[in-house]
Design a protein around this ligand. Structure first.
Ligand code: UDP
Ligand code: MG
Length: 344
């Protein structure tokens, strides 16, 4: 039996690129079905992460036209990682394997075929890894590379140059559910699951339309989150600085005492004032950093849900479907009615 595949696509304000994404992914899925690589029950799952534009409308309408398209509407914007997770969990219920990919088609969708082949050979997780980053701006490329290096020195095991383009088996996604943390950094967690895994290399393209949803601020927050969710080395680093400066201040103390006994009392002022500032600064950094971790613990202990699903087109009660209708578009009603009478 061919495996049932679901391709999960998180979308946040992606109205510009969605028509292209629908058509390219749908075409790919049909090809895979024809080649008998995946089951005819396979689906594309578009997760609307609380978009403010027409993203959900478009997903819903496309779902009425095309039975392979399923839509999941989150109750509000929860960020890429959580949206992806919502999609993975919803998808695993009806699939044998799940592929996650960004809506902007920067990742080469043809690689999904290789993912499936590796899955059929027994891999539970297949990572898509970028060969080159020519299409990224110099800035994005260097910050991203710096990030991977930093994570590595802090002892976090990441797959180099792998973003969230990967295949996971149903079993792997089930295990992922066991990671209860609220501060979610998927790229760090997935390798922790283990199982047989493999890598497929591809060239990353430019965004097909629309603009990045990861501006610098979000990117920095993402990197910082990744580090503090996986490593305590920043705290340890502060501790070491504290110890080193304590050691030096002891040395200086001896030195200043010596000076005092030798009668050069005024010379101490500069070093005194500098060290007050230095130590004060270090203490503030240390407290701030510890605060970050305490904040994380605070969030974890609350166990808040990571996402809330508003609508899943797969199990939407028919009685509620009228809520989704867009009064402006008559054609849309007609498709909806036709579909309703078919399903009833
Ligand atoms: N995304 C999301 N929620 C957010 C931000 C982004 O679901 O709050 C989605 C977005 O629609 C896209 C993917 O995450 O499918 C990656 O975003 P983007 O392509 O803008 O990031 P970049 O490739 O520039 O790092
Ligand atoms: Mg992108």
């Amino acid at each position: 039996m061919e495996p049932v595949l679901t391709i999960v696509v998180p979308c946040y304000n992606e109205e510009e690129v969605l028509p292209e994404t629908f058509s390219q992914l749908d075409q790919l899925l049909s090809q895979l079905m024809e080649e008998q690589l995946v089951s005819k029950k396979s689906k594309l799952l578009f997760v609307d992460d609380g978009s403010k534009d027409r993203t959900w409308d478009m997903i819903y309408k496309e779902g009425l036209k095309n039975e392979h398209i399923r839509g999941l509407k989150l109750a509000r914007n929860v960020g890429h990682q959580n949206a992806l997770l919502a999609g993975l969990f919803a998808a695993k219920e009806i699939s044998d394997c799940v592929v996650s990919i960004d809506a902007d088609l920067q990742d080469d969708i043809e690689v999904i075929r290789e993912f499936i082949l590796k899955y059929n050979q027994g891999s539970e997780i297949v990572y898509g890894v970028r060969k080159r980053r020519d299409t990224d701006t110099f800035f994005k490329r260097s910050t991203a590379q710096g990030f991977y290096k930093l994570m590595k020195t802090m002892g976090v095991n990441l797959v180099y140059n792998h973003a969230d383009f990967r295949l996971m088996s149903k079993r792997a996604v089930q295990e992922l559910e066991g990671f209860k943390e609220v501060n979610l950094f998927l790229r760090g967690i997935v390798p922790l699951i283990g199982f047989q895994s493999d890598v497929v290399y591809y060239n990353r393209k430019e965004r097909q339309a629309g603009e990045t949803k990861y501006p610098l601020k979000k990117m920095l927050a993402f990197a910082f989150d990744g580090i503090t969710s996986f490593s305590v080395s920043p705290i340890r680093f502060v501790l070491i600085i504290g110890l080193v400066s304590f050691f030096f201040s002891m040395l200086f103390g001896v030195y200043f005492l010596l000076l005092k006994f030798l009668g050069h009392t005024q010379t101490g002022w500069t070093s005194l004032i500098t060290s007050i500032w230095l130590i004060g600064g270090l203490q503030l950094i240390a407290i701030g950093l510890i605060g970050e971790y305490v904040g994380k613990i605070y969030k974890e202990t609350k166990h808040r849900p990571k996402f809330i699903i508003d609508i899943d087109t797969l199990n939407l009660p028919i009685s509620r479907r009228h809520l989704l209708r867009n009064t402006e578009e008559e054609a849309f009603y007609q498709i909806d009615r036709k579909k309703l009478s078919e399903t009833n």
